[in-house]
Design a binder for this molecule. Structure first.
Ligand SMILES: O=P(O)(O)OC[C@H]1O[C@](O)(CO)[C@@H](O)[C@@H]1O
Length: 552
């Protein structure tokens, strides 16, 4: 069934949404609420008791999922069925983390074999770089690696390198018998060259390599940055062939384009059209991550994701974290009309996590047409944004507490952070971590219960109560994890990937295409020509702006 409004439980959920009590009442009415609405799985605790639901909401949502054929849809995803209907291909990111020895035959090909061959090729490159045997044009070992990519070819690896920077590659002994420290990794995505310009001024061309990460190898942002990098190297050494051989690695599903650009065969890593860009971090697109944290840790990341895949596939809906996350997101958006979702990690290492999720969720589910091509009549993906929670408290939490918008929030925190044995910091960092956890709990409490959570006497002593009114009733989930590690990060990322898929199944949409971004690319090409040719063939506004840009 594609149109969820035809499912018998849809109308029941609509009616039910008008009767749902506020969070204070929901907690008062059930003193076992958190037992009912919390799932623990392998060090990941998902507490959704502060969502605006009661027992019957959960029951109705699960029945709704059954009516929408969610079990069958999960089977189809995992087994390589062509779930990406508009592009007629599977979305097999789960195959990227299948263990060695597993087998998954799709169109007569064992994709697991392909995946592990690619991981082996990655391992060779990682080894050559981190052991110092990969040399630049002048014979010096490479010390800096710059990932040039955008969207899925940037956000996942960037976020993971930041999150796992404490798991940097192990020191190795080079052929000369020296210890070689971890390679520095950098990321460049901006089309305008700002990042690259600044970064290049700090790098040595003799010891810098570039990874051109682009599934399509046609993305103008990436290719223009790659050309600038090539020009920078060519200014320093006049032998393009040698530069390309020693300083450029290509990662793409488009081998023809990599060849045409001049990426040496031995420096090419492949992926497949069945890997969606925003789901590609587990493939060779994760090379920069593997360079940063080492292949062993990269494999741990994959193993964590695989563990979550198994949980998603095998666990009954009621105890299934991604399923419940997805159903709650659908409930908030389509039934409660809550169209904003804030991602609030209380850990600086997850700084780029909200950015990564904006693409994962909004590029996947920002759709208004169902699988049959019919217009949708309900709200789909909310607007997602976020920031490290404690920073956000001093930026946009005012709106969460007292604005007119309803916003659902995800609080994310790790129970354990710093090594208790560390002497150098005098326990101060441990105190900071506890302070951060306290803030996380405090904010979710005030958002849920408003005035009921604080001592109003004190707060309202001086000013009008209205200005100090905390309305509460903002729904949130808290994801509390034992500690951050490659494994738990893999679990969390896979958890959100599956949440996105669940939402799409419930809405009857295809989360694996992104036609909405294509027209902008075509139009940009035309306007680039217009700027170069100084032509004014557009609407009044665009022509007026072009005149100024071209000084006409
Ligand atoms: O890896 P590529 O092909 O350069 O694409 C980069 C990004 O551009 C998009 O296609 C959107 O324009 C994303 O889906 C993708 O992750």
């Amino acid at each position: 069934m594609n149109d969820p409004t035809l499912a018998p439980q849809w109308q029941k959920l609509v009616n039910h949404s008008n009767t749902i009590a506020d969070l204070v009442t929901l907690f008062e009415n059930n003193d076992r609420r958190t037992e009912d609405l919390l799932i623990d799985f392998e060090g990941v605790c998902f507490d959704y008791s502060k969502q605006l639901i009661d027992k019957s909401t959960k029951k109705l949502l699960i029945e709704f999922a059954e009516q929408m054929g969610l079990s069958d849809a999960i089977d189809k995803l995992i087994s390589g069925y062509k779930v990406n209907t508009t592009e007629n291909r599977p979305a097999l990111h789960t195959a990227l983390r299948l263990p060695k020895g597993a087998s998954l035959i799709v169109d007569d090909i064992d994709v697991t074999k392909q995946v592990h061959q690619s991981l082996d090729s990655m391992a060779v490159i990682v080894e050559r770089l981190t052991s110092g045997t990969w040399r630049g044009y002048s014979g010096k070992a490479i010390q800096d690696v710059v990932n040039i990519g955008v969207g899925g070819s940037d956000l996942g690896p960037l976020m993971t390198c930041m999150a796992l920077s404490e798991w940097t590659g192990e020191e190795q002994i080079t052929q000369e018998g020296l210890f070689y420290n971890c390679i520095e990794t950098h990321f460049v995505s901006n089309m305008d060259g700002t990042q690259l310009d600044k970064l290049l001024s700090t790098l040595n061309p003799e010891t810098t390599a570039f990874i051109i990460s682009s599934k399509s190898f046609t993305t103008s942002d990436t290719l223009s940055n790659a050309q600038t990098a090539l020009a920078w190297l060519s200014n320093n050494y006049d032998n393009e062939k040698s530069i390309k051989r020693n300083h450029f690695i290509g990662i793409s599903a488009n081998v023809k384009k990599m060849n045409a650009w001049g990426i040496h065969k031995a420096n090419q890593l492949n992926l497949w059209d069945w890997v969606g860009g925003r789901f590609s971090m587990w493939s060779s697109i994760g090379l920069t991550v593997a360079i940063k944290i080492g292949m062993k840790n990269f494999n741990e990341l994959l193993a964590g994701a695989h563990l979550m895949d198994k949980h998603f596939i095998e666990t009954p809906f009621t105890d299934n974290i991604p399923v419940m996350m997805g159903l709650l997101a659908v409930w908030n958006s389509s039934f409660l009309d809550i169209n904003a979702h804030a991602i609030l990690p209380y850990d600086g290492r997850l700084k780029y996590f909200p950015n990564y999720l904006t693409q994962l969720e909004m590029e996947s589910n920002g759709k208004s047409v169902n699988l049959k091509g019919q217009k949708i009549t309900f709200n789909t993906c909310p607007i997602l944004w976020g920031e490290v929670g404690s920073n956000a408290q001093h930026a946009f939490y005012q709106l969460l507490h007292q604005g007119t918008q309803e916003v659902a929030c995800d609080f994310i925190a790790f129970i354990n952070r710093y090594d208790e044995e560390r002497q150098d910091i005098d326990q101060q960092l441990l105190l900071q971590h506890k302070l951060s956890l306290a803030n996380c709990l405090a904010q979710s409490r005030v958002l849920a219960f408003g005035n009921e959570a604080v001592d109003l006497q004190e707060v309202c002593s001086a000013m009008s109560a209205m200005h100090k009114n905390y309305r509460g009733n903002q729904p949130s989930s808290t994801i509390l994890i034992d500690k951050l590690s490659p494994k738990t990060l893999g679990m969390i990322l896979a958890m959100y990937e599956h949440k996105v898929y669940v939402m799409s199944v419930m809405w009857g949409i295809n989360p694996f295409d992104q036609w909405g971004v294509e027209i902008g690319k075509v139009m940009a090409k035309q306007l680039n020509d217009a700027i170069h040719q100084q032509s004014l063939d557009y609407d009044d506004s665009t022509n007026a702006l072009l005149k100024r840009i071209c000084n006409l």
